[in-house]
Design a protein around this ligand. Sequence first.
Ligand SMILES: Nc1nc2c(ncn2[C@@H]2O[C@H](COP(=O)(O)OP(=O)(O)OP(=O)(O)O)[C@@H](O)[C@H]2O)c(=O)[nH]1
Ligand SMILES: [Mg+2]
Ligand SMILES: [Zn+2]
Length: 324
Amino acid sequence: MSRGTVVSGSNNGFDILTEDGSMVRCQLKGKKLKGAEGFYNPLAAGDIVEWEPASAGTGMIQSLVPRKSLFWRYNEKGKAIQAIAANMDVLICVTSAAMPPFRPRFIDRVSLEPSSDRLPFIIALNKTDLGIDEEVAERMDDYRRIGFETIEMSAGDGQGVEILRERISGKTSAFVGQSGVGKSSILNALEAGLGLKVGEVCEKFERGRHTTVAAILSVLSDGVTRVIDTPGFRRLAVRGIDPVTLGACFPEFRRLAGQCALGARCKHLDEPGCAVTAAVEEGTIHEDRYESYARVLAELEDTRGYAKKIGKPRRYEEDDYEDA
Ligand SMILES: Nc1nc2c(ncn2[C@@H]2O[C@H](COP(=O)(O)OP(=O)(O)OP(=O)(O)O)[C@@H](O)[C@H]2O)c(=O)[nH]1
Ligand SMILES: [Mg+2]
Ligand SMILES: [Zn+2]
């Protein structure tokens, strides 16, 4: 039995990067994959599997090696968790200064999983060549202030590309974010040879066109740096977090843990003696971050049934409307 890494694939077959660096097309052995029970899809880009050679240069996947990290979202149609990218050392949320517009509430939602899993997380503000509005600059400053790592960059003119390269060098990183923000373009800027497909942003609606349709892992020419490109989505619905622990996924709220009069039971809404709402009034918690928190909390309360059912891992579904 050998080990290999899933580069891409669907139920019809997976491209596996073997330990000696060659590629082999593999099928699953049987209908259910050992180790991937309960998921909408058995395997994500970045998964490590045990496989065996089969006929004519193909392979048979026997089992999934436990994941050390996972980015996933809740698939509403399948009513199950869809694994998007696995085993990354760092998750990068790509966002754009413009075209499509900067969406901090979307970033807030993406940040919840790495915040609670302690997975290194970077906010990459792309398309800085289009100019950075004051409002965008102010929010990026706030993200840094509360402890998020950020990179301001442009796949278009190359700003920040070397900083990104240094940060992900020798590691596996996964790039996620809304359609059209430039995830595939950034990877092509790191290495033109990747030749990932890039699509225009629709001028009228300022939205991407879902150009990347499946996650794919690529190895850069240094032979050791791995990057996972993923399909864009417009909105992330949050599932499966216990509402009373949501505050702990916001680092600047977490710092106030234990200071609310109600202690760990405080949901930071209108409870007397709440340290979080006091910090919002004082301006030490950004009111838009608080708004994100309140919206996600309401969503979690509305979908408690899901939360119970799927437990941990918690999260996400694709949806058709734009704003969180
Ligand atoms: N001006 C400018 N345009 C960029 C930049 N990066 C990407 N673009 C453009 O933005 C559009 C979308 O880029 P993609 O790389 O396809 O975006 P994506 O995030 O991979 O989109 P999906 O695959 O649909 O999720 C293309 O027209 C790119 O040329 C940048 O830094 N500056
Ligand atoms: Mg893409
Ligand atoms: Zn509170």
